[in-house]
Design a protein. Structure first.
Lengths: 234, 108
């Protein structure tokens, strides 16, 4: 089965514990010559700095800002919405204002909408034109979200794609695909899992996965990530 | 790196030619250059689900033009059965996309 032919592998058979070979040395990602897009990016970046349009510090600050965003931020928002019905209403009506309450500034680049999963509707987010994604709440998108396969198949066969993610929905549940074609970014508000009645927001947030906010997964079941340890901490 | 895409959110500017519930059809026309109306929706019938307000025209913004006048942006709902010849899922499944007003035609 493992029929690799790496040069580094021929000193060992794979059957014996610690005598495993070292992994083949990985090349540094920048070991090869720069590709066309890297050269282009560097040229544009230096021009923008030279001409005083941007400073290096501003670029670094933007990179830091994006790095500070992760699905944990979205999970916090979802948990608050589960715990506080009034917040949920505000989130669905005016996401920007509701997020500001939590100290989350989503910036001026796009508007935000939260779409709510119910017993009758399951939402899933895609961008067929490029890879628009609610970065300000979820951070950098996973590679599959940007893949041609996800972007093209989710609109034409959403149930097939969801099944591959392990989500099988009854026929009576409407699957609603949101193609983020313009100035809005979408995030899914998943359904609160059963058996979490008196959970704290921190415990609830631990059930909210990135994919459940894209719509390609359901939140983790409470039994799978036992809350006992977190309960003690809360 | 990050282009600024300011937009207006004045309530007075919100209303456009269509209102929620209006049946509309996405124009079926070719376009050269940047466009945010996906091919698979062109010529397809849908229903206005929401009016989002005015946003600068991305077909101009992409070429460093001001994108004015800003266009009303709509959320349009499509029945999956209307989009694809052989949609495999149940008839209740839908797709929603955000379409600028100049791409929508009334269905009468």
């Amino acid at each position: 089965m493992h029929d690799h032919d790496h040069d580094d592998h021929d000193d060992d058979d794979h059957g014996h514990g610690h005598a495993h070979p070292h992994a083949p040395p990985q090349k540094d990602h920048d070991a090869g010559p720069a590709g066309a897009y890297e050269v282009l990016e560097e040229a544009i970046r230096s021009l923008l700095i030279e001409k005083g349009v941007l400073t290096g510090q501003e670029i670094a600050a933007q990179v830091d800002l994006m790095d500070s965003r992760s699905p944990a931020l979205g999970a916090k928002v979802v948990a608050r919405a589960w715990a506080d019905p009034a917040f949920k209403r505000r989130l669905l009506e005016d996401a920007r204002a509701a997020l500001a309450e939590l100290g989350i500034d989503i910036g001026t680049l796009a508007e935000f909408r939260t779409v709510e999963n119910t017993a009758k509707v399951h939402n899933v987010i895609v961008c067929t034109l490029c890879s628009c994604y609610p970065k300000m709440l979820l951070g950098v998108p996973p590679a599959w979200y940007k893949s041609l396969a996800y972007r093209s198949r989710t609109v034409v066969d959403p149930r097939g794609v969801l099944a591959e993610f392990g989500v099988e929905l009854p026929k009576g549940v409407e699957v609603r695909v949101h193609d983020s074609t313009a100035d809005l970014r979408y995030i899914v508000l998943p359904m609160r899992p059963k058996g979490t009645r008196d959970w704290s927001e921190e415990q609830l947030a631990a059930l909210v996965t990135r994919d459940s906010m894209i719509g390609t997964a359901l939140p983790a079941a409470p039994g799978k990530r036992t809350p006992s340890r977190k309960k003690a901490a809360a | 790196m990050v282009s600024k895409r300011p937009h207006t959110r004045k309530p007075a500017a919100l209303s456009g030619a269509f209102a929620p519930g209006d049946p509309v059809r996405v124009a079926k026309r070719p376009v050269l250059g940047h466009c945010r109306t996906p091919w698979y929706l062109r010529g397809k019938p849908g229903v206005v689900a929401a009016v989002y307000g005015r946003f600068r025209n991305p077909e101009q913004l992409a070429y460093h033009k001001p994108g004015l006048p800003a266009l009303v942006l709509y959320k349009v709902r499509f029945a999956q059965g209307d989009l694809w010849g052989r949609y495999a899922g149940p008839a209740g499944d839908h797709l929603e996309a955000d379409i600028y007003e100049h791409w929508l035609e009334p269905i009468t």
